[in-house]
Design a protein around this ligand. Structure first.
Ligand SMILES: Cc1cc2nc3c(=O)[nH]c(=O)nc-3n(C[C@H](O)[C@H](O)[C@H](O)COP(=O)(O)OP(=O)(O)OC[C@H]3O[C@@H](n4cnc5c(N)ncnc54)[C@H](O)[C@@H]3O)c2cc1C
Length: 816
């Protein structure tokens, strides 16, 4: 310690790992020089110092890949900028596939990478052998080579970021532990340390595997848990050339890096070992965990066959170090919903070195500008539900997530651990009828139903999975007859009070100043016109509304409401999710079926589209809303939870005469994509406006209370047709499948990518939605002039494209 701690700073960063240092660096780049970083021991002493230093670029989604790509560029130039060596080398990386499905996965990733110009080559066994002469390719199907992938020395890179931050004016203090985050009301106002307090406008939690505890002390949910992560380093191997790219063999859970003539072999193995269940030891500093040769043995055995030179190479180091993992393998970034001016950047799931550059950049911009600079929903801390901070849940889940990094990333893959946390009251009834459950936001939800005699279990594949035909039957029942869903997982908020209408009018783009009993589909927009939420608002009374939104958006949307309702407004928001089960009854026969269980008038005149009424079913009073997410006549029934089993039984009993089909979430998705209904997080995000998304019809530009984002939308409208526009697609060949993130070509040139994909059982082929770009504006003629193709696993498939929904473009089926 050579300096005294300042008593105040604009930003205090807790934690001097690669992530904290990157944020300090980037804040100074944005001109915020009054930045203090506090490290409890020494820089890098947590997880950063022992990382293997792989800096890959290809991630699961577009924006995360963009961020990793940025990191590579940053590290490339950091040494020249700061004068400190980073060990960064761009030798590329090669991923091997040992079976056809893995090859398809690699090819699909390569296709995605093309969308934004990431260099990637598909390679065969011979080329692999040229890149890595010592590797046994006898059983290798092929691979992908990314020439711009790199590797670095994590400690040196962190020190270089720290120096860059200091050069920009930041102050970095080692051996200063933050003992408490200081708060005033709902706002972070500084930190307490053993050397005194520092008042701050913003506090950033970059505490790595300590991050959960740091958050916990101020009520900020930061679900992460440490896991043991292993690698070995061999003695020098004479035959090893010094310019080898990093090699990944995910089917053997292994990665290889040549390091000064030695070989580093690391593992992402199934059944990993959670660590630090009772907290991280107070004195942890450059610590290693005990080796576990038995645990590592299967990886080593496979590696010795893959690289026979390992059979004779001595092992110099057996390394075991802890790293923090999250319930979904994505990091935790952004503004904490529980505490204003408190930001989170932790839980980096073994990719913190390659993520730090991009994450540091966007979090700094988020702090300075007050909003995320791009769609970051994949990593936004608001995607986490409060229960996910539960330690038992985390411990069980992270034993699976580490291994999933290299396991197959199957479409529709479901977690196997920490299941059954959150169940609809109808769960057992659905299970008894063959439901195969998946999980979102902790909820167990029926994704599809297995017929009698079939085990409700996924058999994963990139092709048609075992449930394809069962989903088709459900889909066709919704289109031609009637289907019953359980959507109890919807998040529901009651917004009440004298000022409820005024508050919601400002927040909602659509007009919610409607008569009680009306249901309004609306977006919530930010000041830039970007979509923050997509939901329905039902007016229950003059001073009472119900907001219904997706399960995964529960925390985010509640946070948005809280931030945009002033403290002195007479408005009270209550989360009533657990109080209501939701049963959508959908399809052309839904009216006839429901009319058997209620005497309410369900005719078009008696119960028009987009209205809600309290009706009686059996002994229950049910809020019936005439609205649909599948594009058919139907009602969503909101039932007090304890009455729902009886209502369900009555509908199912009456449904026998109609051949009612129980339907799962996969069919909700396939039906909504056929109808081109957008899905928040995929098709619409905070960087897409309703004009680009084709949702301007739901914006009430002329209502008396101007809504947030209106001016930005008006400016966009005045500027003419937008260059970016959402289209719907269908592959002409009915065989290939779309999932999302596939590049879209027009006349041989990539013009966009898919944001959603599924199978249109009614339309007869894979369907998707996605944004395309055309400078000068996307016009009907341009779309209709054809030349459309979508790339699936490196192969371009002819497609049709449409601005209007391909299924029932005039919504005639809904309003009958
Ligand atoms: C074996 C292994 C290999 C890996 N290989 C790679 C790789 O090849 N590529 C890659 O991208 N990633 C890799 N990783 C992951 C990477 O190391 C981490 O994701 C990254 O280091 C996380 O950085 P961080 O800054 O979030 O955490 P940390 O480096 O742990 O930094 C957090 C810091 O916060 C400090 N702190 C905590 N509490 C307080 C407090 N109260 N006050 C002050 N300071 C506090 C800690 O002392 C610590 O220094 C690997 C990890 C392991 C374990």
């Amino acid at each position: 310690m050579n300096k005294e701690l300042p008593r105040q700073a604009r930003v205090v960063i807790i934690g001097g790992g690669v992530v904290g240092c990157s944020i300090a660096y980037h804040l100074t780049k944005l001109g915020w020089t009054d930045v203090v970083l506090l490290e409890r021991k020494q820089l890098t002493c947590g997880t950063t110092w022992h990382a293997a230093g792989l800096v890959g670029q290809l991630r699961a989604t577009m924006n995360l890949t963009r961020l990793a790509q940025y990191t590579t560029g940053l590290y490339e130039n950091l040494e020249a900028e700061t004068g400190l060596a980073t060990g960064f080398m761009q030798r590329g990386s090669i991923g091997l596939a040992l079976h056809a499905e893995r090859m398809e996965e690699l090819k699909r990733g390569a296709s995605m990478a093309k969308t934004f110009g990431l260099e990637v080559e598909i390679v065969g066994p011979n080329e692999i052998k040229r890149y890595w002469p010592l590797v046994n390719t006898d059983d290798v199907v092929g691979g992908v080579f990314l020439p711009k992938d790199g590797q670095c020395n994590p400690t040196d890179t962190t020190q270089a970021l720290a120096r860059g931050a200091r050069m920009g004016g930041a102050q970095i203090f080692e051996n200063v532990k933050v003992t408490r985050v200081l708060t005033k009301g709902r706002r972070a106002v500084g930190v307490a340390t053993e050397q005194g307090d520092i008042a701050a406008e913003y506090v950033v939690n970059c505490g790595g595997m300590w991050g959960r505890e740091i958050g916990h002390t101020v009520g900020v949910n930061t679900p992460l848990h440490a896991c043991e992560h292993f690698y070995i380093v061999t003695e020098p191997i004479a035959e090893l050339s010094r310019d080898l790219p990093v090699m990944r063999v995910p089917d053997e859970c292994a990665y290889y890096k040549e390091d000064a003539g030695k070989l580093l072999l690391g593992a992402f193995e199934p059944g990993s070992k959670p660590w630090g269940m009772d907290g991280i030891p107070e004195d942890f500093c450059f610590d290693e965990l005990p080796e576990d040769v038995e645990h590592f043995a299967p990886v080593l055995e496979a590696a010795m066959k893959r690289l026979p030179v390992l059979e004779t190479a001595g092992i110099r180091t057996f390394f075991n170090g802890p790293e923090s993992f999250t319930p979904d393998n994505a990091y935790l970034l952004g503004a904490a919903p529980e505490l204003e001016n408190f930001f989170v950047a932790c839980g980096f799931n073994s990719i913190g070195i390659q993520s730090a550059g991009g994450a540091g950049k966007v979090l700094s911009e988020w702090i300075v500008e007050g909003h995320p600079p791009m769609d970051l929903w994949d990593v936004d801390v608001r995607r986490m539900m409060p229960f996910q901070g539960n330690r038992q849940y985390l411990r069980e889940r992270v034993s699976e997530t580490l291994g999933l990094l290299y396991d197959m990333h199957w479409p529709y893959r479901q977690y196997e651990t920490a299941r059954g946390a959150r169940k609809s009251i109808l769960h057992d009834r659905l299970a008894a009828r063959g439901a195969c459950f998946g999980t979102v936001a902790g909820w167990e939800r029926a994704n599809w139903f297995a017929p009698d005699g079939v085990e409700p279990k996924y058999e994963y594949s990139y092709g048609r999975q075992n449930w394809f035909d069962y989903a088709k039957a459900e889909h066709m029942a919704v289109r031609g007859n009637v289907g019953l869903f359980d959507m109890s997982s919807f998040a529901k908020f009651l917004v009440q009070g004298r000022d409820a209408e005024a508050a919601l009018q400002a927040i909602c783009a659509n007009d919610v100043g409607v008569a009680p009993g009306r249901v309004v589909y609306t977006q919530w927009l930010n000041e830039r016109g970007g979509i923050e939420a997509d939901l329905t608002v039902t007016r229950l009374a003059e001073d009472r509304y119900q907001v219904t939104t997706a399960a995964a958006a529960a925390v985010r949307d509640m946070d948005w409401l809280r931030r945009h309702i002033s403290d002195d407004a007479h408005v009270f928001v209550t989360d009533i999710t657990s109080g209501q089960a939701v049963l959508p009854v959908m399809g052309p026969n839904s009216r006839a079926l429901l009319q058997k269980v209620t005497d309410a008038d369900l005719s078009l005149e008696g119960f028009p589209f987009a209205t809600a009424q309290e009706i009686e079913i059996g002994y229950a009073k049910v809020l019936a809303q005439r609205i649909t997410y599948v594009g058919e006549l139907g009602w969503e029934l909101y039932i007090p939870t304890e009455f729902a089993p009886d209502v369900f039984d009555r509908i199912v009993a009456a449904g026998e005469a109609f051949d009612l089909k129980l339907c799962g979430l996969h069919v909700l998705d396939s039906c909504r994509i056929e109808k081109a209904f957008r899905h928040f997080g995929h098709d619409i995000t905070d960087e897409d406006t309703p004009i680009e998304a084709g949702l301007a019809f739901a914006c009430a530009f002329d209502k008396a209370v101007p809504f947030i984002g209106r001016d930005a939308l008006l400016r966009q409208k005045e500027a003419g047709l937008p260059a970016k526009r959402m289209l719907q697609f269908k592959l002409e060949d009915p065989a290939p499948l779309l999932y999302h993130n596939e590049p879209v070509y027009k006349d041989g040139v990539i013009v966009g990518y898919t944001s959603s994909g599924n199978y249109g059982h009614f339309l007869g082929g894979a369907i998707g939605m996605g944004y395309v770009r055309c400078e000068g504006g996307v016009t009907q003629d341009w779309v209709a002039s054809g030349g459309w193709e979508i790339e699936v696993a490196n192969e371009r498939i002819p497609a049709s494209a449409s601005l209007r929904p391909m299924y029932d473009p005039r919504a005639q089926r809904v309003k009958v």
